[in-house]
Design a protein. Structure first.
Length: 192
């Protein structure tokens, strides 16, 4: 990890030139992974990590919410890792103010803020690598049609993956997965 996260980059991206097998069941969603140029992250490495997150037994694909396949072209959506300034620009084009801190979903796919990818979140008790699981699962939740956010279901309970955990846990325990180890969907009250 770099000593500091670059605040901005060129706004150009390198696509991962790697593909994988479809995982999961349900409607197939093909995705590409792109990384902003000059930020020190390999697009191929990021793609492999995202592919593993989407194939995890507690993830969306394992529970019939869709199947996902890493592709190099003809993607249904793109997952981009971008510097805070570039992420803000991409998200603001959709009317979303990410303040140099947040990730978002756009009409083209998912924008991941490099700061969050590398450093995690001060409200998340796990490592930055574990927080990347939350980023991908939360934004893919939007991508598969979950438009609303959730709130904490109660003190000491796992936070739903569709909760904006970076904005505080409100008594919940940080959690990066949509399902628990027994395959139950982790849910909470809908945020109006």
């Amino acid at each position: 990890m770099p000593a500091s996260v670059p605040a901005s980059g060129p706004g150009t991206f390198t696509s991962a030139r790697t593909a994988g097998a479809a995982v999961g069941s349900g409607p197939l969603r093909r995705y590409r992974v792109q990384v902003e140029d000059g930020i020190g992250i390999s697009a191929a490495d990021a793609a492999r990590e995202i592919e593993a997150i989407l194939a995890h037994p507690r993830g969306w694909a394992a529970h019939g919410r869709g199947s996902f396949q890493l592709v190099t072209e003809n993607a249904d959506f793109v997952i981009r890792i971008a510097t805070p300034k570039t992420a803000d620009k991409l998200c603001l084009a959709q009317g979303l103010n990410t303040r140099g801190e947040y990730n978002c979903e756009t009409t083209e796919g998912v924008v991941v803020n490099l700061k969050r990818w590398l450093t995690g979140s001060p409200t998340f008790s796990g490592t930055p690598a574990e927080y990347r699981h939350l980023i991908i699962n939360h934004e893919i939740g939007h991508e598969i049609g979950i438009r609303t956010h959730m709130a904490c279901p109660g003190p000491g309970k796992p936070a739903p993956v569709m909760m904006q955990q970076i904005k505080g846990l409100h008594g919940c325990v940080s959690n990066a997965w949509p399902y628990d180890e027994d395959g139950r969907y982790i849910t909470g009250p809908i945020v109006p």
